[in-house]
Design a protein around this ligand. Structure first.
Ligand code: FES
Length: 178
């Protein structure tokens, strides 16, 4: 029995990567060019899915339907898989976020050390649930399962800064500074 094996992709004589064709972007927003460049650099491979989603989120702040469709077409990954990956990881945001983000850890260590009370305090003060953004677009409230700061439980990340041993009073104070 003979088995044919596709030859590996080669760089051309100048050392350039093989050309990668990408679909037309969803709009003429120039930021798509950054995404396009990243896809080409990664070779347009299906296994670059997570890296490309990271790039789209870095560039646009979140992933919308148009972005997911574009990534699906550009990488040749079924739309269901792209949506599945984007919604599986809490890092990926499916809606535009507020000016400030507040992530409350609801993992076990934080939960038993008072995260529930802090989350409730934020819900009451901001008038939104986890996953929501205040109507004025000022603050987005998120929850996460373990932020990797269990020794500081309960932990809250505000605009990327980890605040440990959080109390409702301290949370109030932080909100006033936003
Ligand atoms: S459980 Fe909250 S940081 Fe780990």
């Amino acid at each position: 029995m003979s088995v044919s094996v596709a030859p590996p992709e080669r760089e051309d004589a100048a050392g350039a990567q093989p050309k990668v064709a990408t679909p037309p972007p969803p709009s003429d927003d120039r930021r798509w060019r950054q995404v396009d460049v990243r896809i080409r650099r990664l070779g347009g491979r299906p296994d670059a899915l997570i890296e490309v989603l990271h790039t789209v989120q870095e560039v646009f702040g979140y992933l919308d339907d148009d972005a997911l469709t574009y990534v699906s077409e550009a990488l040749g990954v079924p739309p269901s898989r792209v949506v599945g990956v984007a919604t599986f990881y809490s890092h990926f945001l499916m809606k535009p976020q507020g000016l400030h983000t507040c992530v409350v850890c609801t993992g076990t260590a934080c939960y038993i050390n008072g995260a529930r009370g802090i989350l409730q305090k934020l819900r009451d003060t901001l008038g939104i649930d986890a996953g929501g953004t205040t109507p004025d677009g000022r603050v987005s409230l998120l929850s996460a399962r373990c932020l990797g700061a269990c020794s500081m439980a309960p932990a809250v990340v505000v605009d990327g800064d980890v605040h440990g041993k959080m109390t409702t009073a301290e949370m109030d104070h932080i909100l006033e500074t936003l």
